[in-house]
Design a protein around this ligand. Structure first.
Ligand SMILES: [Zn+2]
Length: 419
């Protein structure tokens, strides 16, 4: 028989196990849904981003969050180049798989027809001006294995200039394919082909590619508040972006599980907890941002058109890539916001939540950035681990372990409660 004195301890362990299972399984449920084909990669084909926004609007309401000064969503407008229709490429007569064998540059123009290529070296590309090219003739750049990162970036910038006004571009790369999203459209197509063979022959392309520049497309930041127990003017913001890259053609989408369905799942789990136990002295404003992947547009809009006085924001905690954590976490701005970083370190020593907490300096790599540029203390936390799927078709819900999700949830909760 269990001794009575052991009961609270056993109960505590059982409760922890039960709540851990619950937290992780809730996170998986949200992530599965946000990454399902129904949400179209939370981009701009089939209204994917807005479907996810609608889901979050309902979730915020279900949890019991209240609108921010009457705003439960904050609409804004973006220009976006999207790929809603055909995306088919045959190379030397063989059909290639989008997202695996090739990517379409996010700013690519549509193209229908055949394309033959002239190979051109890095040196030639870097020494403009070019002569004009006949139509249906493209240039091919084959990345040398030894090319330095800096040279590659310079070459790519030049190739983009060429596709913008002068000629179709094909880039052969042996590096991982990583997609993004753009608010402009070039005059010519730009295709990136994955090839590790080292023996690239110049190819003949047959392309059916639909692309359209959509202007003034409406998306929304989703907002909800948990009021402080004592009357307070101060706000702590917890944010995570819910948009991702969307579709590249009718049949291929980028699920964005780690980036950033996982961060949204963490935001929702914290919102549930804070709603049950509000902070004593600070209101907490939860924001699911749109437009992050296209250039931090949602957070920038929020800072430019604030619906609360920015001076009242005590701190911003931005969450992105919350699906692993086996190798610890990184705090962007941790090297600058020393007080916030120390709080995390001290709490982690107490709770033994994650193995390592690394500090980084300023970086414009997520939605904390417009806040810190406006002089508001803001940090961005991401997890580190073996999962390296980033901005690719394999960033799927099934690939996430959520191994450290509960521990991290607990650490972040204690962090918020420390104010
Ligand atoms: Zn992200």
């Amino acid at each position: 028989m269990l001794k009575l004195t052991l009961l609270p301890c056993v109960f505590g362990i059982l409760l922890t196990c039960w709540s851990q299972r619950n937290l992780t399984s809730n996170a998986k449920t949200h992530t599965d849904l946000l990454c399902s084909p129904l949400m179209d990669g939370r981009g701009y084909v089939n209204n994917g981003c807005n479907k996810a926004g609608f889901y979050l609007l309902n979730e915020f309401e279900r949890i019991g969050l209240v609108p921010m000064n009457g705003w439960k969503n904050q609409p804004f407008y973006i220009n976006v180049n999207r790929f809603p229709g055909a995306c088919k490429i045959k190379i030397n007569g063989t059909k290639k798989i989008p997202g695996i064998d090739y990517l379409i540059h996010p700013s690519s123009a549509p193209f229908h027809g055949k394309l033959s290529l002239t190979a051109i070296s890095a040196e030639e590309i870097l020494s403009l001006p070019f002569k004009s090219f006949p139509p249906k003739q493209g240039i091919a750049f084959i990345q040398p294995k030894q090319i330095s990162r800096d040279t590659l970036l310079m070459v790519r910038a030049k190739l983009e200039k060429l596709a913008r006004i002068q000629v179709p571009v094909v880039e052969y790369t042996h590096r991982k394919l990583t997609w993004s999203v753009s608010s402009e459209q070039f005059m010519f197509p730009y295709i990136q082909v994955f090839d590790t063979s080292g023996r690239i022959q110049l190819h003949k392309f047959k392309i059916k590619l639909n692309a359209e520049l959509k202007e003034n497309y409406e998306v929304s930041n989703i907002l909800g508040v948990v009021k402080a127990i004592q009357p307070s003017d101060s706000f702590i913001i917890v944010s995570a972006h819910y948009d991702h890259l969307g579709r590249m053609g009718k049949n291929t989408y980028f699920p964005g599980a780690n980036d950033n369905a996982s961060g949204v799942a963490m935001l929702l789990s914290l919102a549930e907890e804070i709603q049950q136990q509000p902070l004593v002295k600070h209101n907490v404003l939860f924001i699911a941002f749109a437009g992050e992947e296209i250039g931090l547009l949602g957070s920038q809009f929020f800072v430019n058109q604030p619906i609360l006085d920015l001076k009242l924001i005590s701190c911003v905690l931005n969450l992105d890539i919350m699906g692993s954590g086996e190798e610890g976490i990184t705090v962007v701005n941790g090297a600058i916001q020393k007080d916030l970083f120390e709080r995390l370190i001290n709490l982690n020593e107490l709770t033994e939540s994650v193995s390592v907490i690394k500090a980084r300096g300023q970086a414009a790599n997520s939605d904390h950035y417009p806040f810190s540029e406006a002089g508001i203390p803001a940090i961005f936390i991401y997890t580190m681990g073996p999962n390296k799927n980033y901005h690719d078709v394999n960033d799927k819900s099934a690939m996430l372990t959520f191994n450290k999700f509960d521990q991290l949830h607990y650490l972040l909760l204690r962090f918020l409660q420390s104010f």
